[in-house]
Design a protein around this ligand. Structure first.
Ligand SMILES: *[C@@H]1O[C@H](CO)[C@@H](O)[C@H](O)[C@H]1NC(C)=O
Ligand SMILES: *[C@@H]1O[C@H](CO)[C@@H](O)[C@H](O)[C@H]1NC(C)=O
Length: 315
């Protein structure tokens, strides 16, 4: 071996073992799933950054269509409000101290919104995040929860995407300790508005201690991959002509990991149903309409998702 080669290999070893993930940036954009289509989801990228610490400051900062990054710097408690987020916004929690309690982030009649790195807990009578008539929404590294000490309807959903919400990606998030978790399409009677829309991707999320709706999906088109489910009684419910592609997810302790109601369909491959059975009707969605480069082997899903989901970033 020449001296030159020795020098190169001596250098190469420590370099490759210290490669770490690029740090998250306030200007990050959606890079996986349906939110990358329809022009992409860039949120407030290019706009100015506004720091907020109170409900009044948050409510004011997320108004309007001007691109801006709204950085929440600490916990905020409300009492059932709907904070309506305008178009071209990134709403980001600074670090894991950012827990929003008892109010809803509403993404309605707008386009191009990112919600990232924050926890929302115990929204009495409402959803934690509600997406309606909105396009291009990326939800990343959020932690949504309540408890199951109350009856099923005391809280509403954690993440409900309804009224033709479209081009939505949900990644690296935790949805837990709740009865009715994530609803896509709210009613059997809303096919006229919803058919052809409700295109949603769920990738690398950790769902645990949930009764149902992991998610429940009507009319739309869903790609659900790399998710880990622990103690989720009724997992993915495909209903009312929904077409789902369900790949490389892992379940532990589920009664119904993947099932149909009212002619909903799914193509399932690479999953580990944890000993339970997929009873969904066979579907037609055999490939996602975008490039997928991050499909994990089922054997790697639990460790990867548990380690890197929820509010793990800091800005
Ligand atoms: C913000 O959003 C609106 C509506 O989606 C769009 O028409 C407009 O060009 C955007 N503005 C900026 C500054 O990005
Ligand atoms: C799932 O349930 C088991 C048995 O009750 C419990 O030991 C475990 O902690 C639960 N998992 C989570 C993530 O809470």
């Amino acid at each position: 071996m020449s001296l030159g080669l020795m020098a190169v290999s001596a250098l190469a070893a420590p370099l490759s073992s210290t490669i770490v993930k690029r740090a998250a940036s306030l200007e990050d954009v959606a890079t996986t799933g349906y939110a990358t289509l329809n022009g992409g989801t860039t949120g407030g990228k290019g706009g100015s950054t506004v720091n907020v610490a109170t409900l009044a400051e948050l409510t004011a900062a997320v108004k309007g269509d001007t691109a801006s990054i709204v950085l929440i710097t600490g916990p905020i408690t409300g009492s059932g409000e709907n904070v309506k987020i305008g178009s071209n916004k990134s709403v980001i929690g600074k670090d894991k101290s950012v827990v929003l309690t008892d109010f809803t982030l509403t993404v309605k009649d707008v386009k191009n919104v990112i919600i990232r790195n924050l926890a929302i807990a115990k929204v009495v009578g409402g959803d934690a995040i509600a997406v309606q008539v909105a396009q291009n929404v990326w939800i990343d590294h959020v932690d949504l929860s309540s408890d199951r000490d109350h009856d099923k309807d005391y809280y509403d959903g954690l993440l409900d995407i309804t009224h033709a919400g479209d081009f939505v990606t949900v990644t690296n998030s935790r949805l837990h300790d709740h009865w009715k978790c994530s609803l896509v399409g709210h009613s059997d009677n809303n096919g006229e508005e919803d058919t052809g829309h409700l295109r949603v991707t769920y990738n690398k999320n950790y769902w645990y201690n949930i009764n149902s709706r992991g998610p429940s999906f009507r009319f739309g088109t869903g790609h659900i991959y790399n998710n880990y489910y622990e103690n989720v009684s009724d997992g993915i419910n495909t209903r009312d002509d929904a077409q789902l592609l369900v790949q490389n997810n892992v379940w532990s302790g589920s009664k119904k990991p993947l099932y149909s109601t009212d002619e909903g369909y799914a193509v399932a491959n690479g999953n580990d149903f944890g000993g339970a059975e997929n009873t969904a009707l066979a579907g037609t969605l055999t490939a996602a309409p975008y490039t997928v480069t991050d499909l994990l082997a089922a054997s790697a899903v639990k460790a990867a998702v548990v380690a890197d989901s929820g509010v793990t970033l800091s800005f």
